[in-house]
Structures are given as structure tokens and as C-alpha cells.
Design a protein around this ligand. Structure first.
Ligand code: NDP
Length: 295
């Protein structure tokens, strides 16, 4: 470790769009912040705002009690932190990993950290870079609660809501995967809808106010259906799977008549038909959760 670096409140490893947003929010909160990125030069603007640039990840890790890493995935995290010199610099300090990946990778990272005497919290960021440092940011954490409590004063500088989900280290990644599953499948549905609408001469601008209406159905539905799903009730009153599958078939036919790939909708329709085939035709659409996850 280089002794010429004065101690910082926090180190940020990884200066992609998200890492830069995190470091910027720490700086805006008046915290001394050390930064490092694999490709040099990404720290230029941050240095102009007072960030300390480290020449290597080990120098960066040695500069603060708390290191936040946010890179593309855990392969990149491993490449950065697992070399002995970096692990040595992190020993006895805290590493908060805000990189997105799977629960298994989070568990593996935690096991590695424990072997190397590194205090480890896993986390996930659920909102875009523009929310960082504002009340709109959403941060999820899992791992030792006292570690989260200890570093909250610094992490709070990122603004927004910070939720500790429990000691099970994979929990933040599990929420991240589930929430991004909603986001990306919904975005795929929206892109498909735009393609079908365009083929019918309906522009995105014309569709938007009504798309907004469809989107607004989701928040109350998430709340109202949760108890049913957790108890395995899947009530289909007013909207049984048999009715859902018929509207899905219309979408498939309409899009394929325009030569538009209906693969995503066909997959959904196939799940619904399997549920009906197992005698659940009068249940609600979420019965397909059981088809997907029979355990
Ligand atoms: P990226 O996911 O593109 O990550 C870019 C960062 O990863 C850069 O610092 C890049 O370094 C580094 N990196 C990539 N490969 C390697 C490698 N092999 N070794 C070392 N470093 C590597 O951009 P973001 O900053 O946007 O995302 C970071 C994380 O934040 C991701 O896990 C993402 O899912 C998550 N996130 C991002 C959001 C967003 O709005 N951007 C929203 C919520 C979460 P280099 O500059 O050298 O290429």
C-alpha cells in the first residue's frame, strides 16, 4: 500500500456511468473520495471535483476503510479484487459490492472475502444513474447487518432509500434478478407492442397515453396479488387464464400476420395453455408461477 495517499472516507472502484455517479454523489456530500478504474482517464471530471485518483486498485483499496465496487459483473470484480495485493489491501476493511450479478456469485464473493479477512456486504442498485445522489435512488443490501449499520453514514451520501434485506448474502442479488426480470420482460413486451402498433399505422406517440394506463395497472396488482400468490390461491375471478390465453392468441396472430416475431408472446401463451391443461383454467394468470416453479 502506498502511504502517500491520505485516508479517504470512501473508495470507488469502477468508473463506468454508475461508478462515476456514485463517486460524484460522495464528492457532492463533501466526502473525501478515492477512485480507480481499469481504463485510465475516466476519472478526469471527478478529479476536477476533488476526487483522489489512485494508480492501482490496491492503492485505492488501501486509501479508505470502505471500498465500493461497481463494475459490469462479478468476473470483472474478481479480476480487480482477487489479486493478492488487492486482497491484502482490503484485509480488515469493508468491501461493498454494488455490481449486479446472480445470488450464487454473491455467495461466492462473500466466501472469498471471508477467507481473506475482508468484511463484505453485497448490494444492488435498482434505479438509473440520474437518481444517484437524489431521493429517487433505490439501494438494496444483504450481509452482516452491523456492517451495513456501521457504513450507513457514508452510504447515505448516495441519497435515496437504502434497505438491508437480511443476513443471507444472496438476497440483494435475488431481489435484483427478480426486479430486473419484471423490467426486461415488460420492456420486451413494450418493444413488441410498438412493432405491432407501427405495423398497424399507430405511432409510439399515439399509443403512449394508453400504454401509461396499462402500466398503471401494475402497482396495485403487485400489492393485491401478493397474498394470493404466497398462499397459492391464484384467484381467477373476473379474469381466468382461459380468457387471458385467448387474448394472447390474438396478439400472436396479429403480429405474425405482419411478419413480426411473436416468440415472447408465444412463450407466455404456452405457459398459460400448460396451466389450463393441468386443470387450472378458472385460476388467475399468475397460476403459471407454479408451472414455472413446481417446487
Ligand atoms: P457497465 O456495466 O458497462 O460497467 C462499466 C465498468 O465495468 C467500467 O468501470 C469498466 O471499466 C468496468 N469493467 C468492465 N469489464 C472489466 C474488466 N474485465 N476488468 C475491470 N473492469 C471492468 O456500466 P455501469 O457503470 O452503468 O454499471 C455498473 C454496474 O451497475 C452494473 O452491474 C450495472 O448492472 C449496475 N447498474 C447500472 C445502472 C445504470 O443505470 N447504468 C442502473 C443500476 C445498476 P473500463 O472503463 O476499464 O471498461
Amino acid at each position: 500500500m502506498n502511504s502517500h495517499i491520505e485516508q479517504s472516507a470512501v473508495t470507488v472502484l469502477g468508473l463506468g456511468p454508475m461508478g462515476r455517479a456514485l463517486a460524484g454523489a460522495f464528492l457532492d456530500a463533501g466526502l473525501r473520495t478515492t477512485v480507480w478504474n481499469r481504463t485510465p482517464g475516466r476519472d478526469r471530471e471527478l478529479i476536477g471535483r476533488g476526487a483522489v485518483s489512485a494508480a492501482s486498485p490496491e492503492e485505492a483499496a488501501g486509501a479508505s476503510e470502505l471500498t465500493v465496487i461497481c463494475v459490469v459483473n462479478y468476473d470483472a470484480v474478481d479480476t480487480i479484487v482477487r489479486p493478492d495485493v488487492v486482497a491484502g489491501a482490503l484485509k480488515g476493511r469493508t468491501l461493498v459490492n454494488l455490481t449486479a450479478d446472480t445470488p450464487d456469485r454473491a455467495r461466492d464473493a462473500a466466501a472469498w472475502a471471508a477467507e481473506h479477512g475482508i468484511r463484505y456486504l453485497d448490494g444492488a442498485i435498482m434505479t438509473p444513474t440520474t437518481t444517484i445522489g437524489t431521493p429517487a435512488g433505490v439501494f438494496l443490501y444483504s450481509g452482516p447487518e452491523e456492517l451495513h449499520r456501521e457504513h450507513r453514514p457514508v452510504l447515505d451520501a448516495l441519497g435515496g432509500a437504502h434497505t438491508h434485506l437480511g443476513e443471507d448474502i444472496g438476497r440483494a442479488a435475488a431481489y435484483d434478478i427478480a426486479l430486473l426480470d419484471i423490467f426486461w420482460t415488460a420492456m420486451t413486451g413494450y418493444a413488441h407492442a410498438l412493432a405491432v402498433a407501427r405495423a398497424e399505422g399507430v405511432s409510439a406517440r399515439e399509443l403512449a397515453p394508453f400504454a401509461k394506463g396499462i402500466g398503471s395497472l401494475f402497482p396495485p396488482f403487485f400489492e393485491q396479488s401478493a397474498a394470493d400468490v404466497d398462499s397459492g390461491a391464484f384467484s381467477g375471478e373476473g379474469n381466468p387464464i382461459t380468457s387471458a390465453v385467448s387474448s394472447m392468441a390474438h396478439i400472436v396472430h396479429a403480429s405474425e400476420s405482419h411478419g413480426i416475431d411473436a416468440g415472447v408472446m408465444r412463450a407466455a401463451e404456452g405457459l398459460a395453455r400448460r396451466a389450463i391443461g393441468r386443470g387450472h383454467g378458472t385460476d388467475g394468470f399468475l397460476r403459471i408461477t407454479d408451472i414455472l416453479n413446481p417446487g
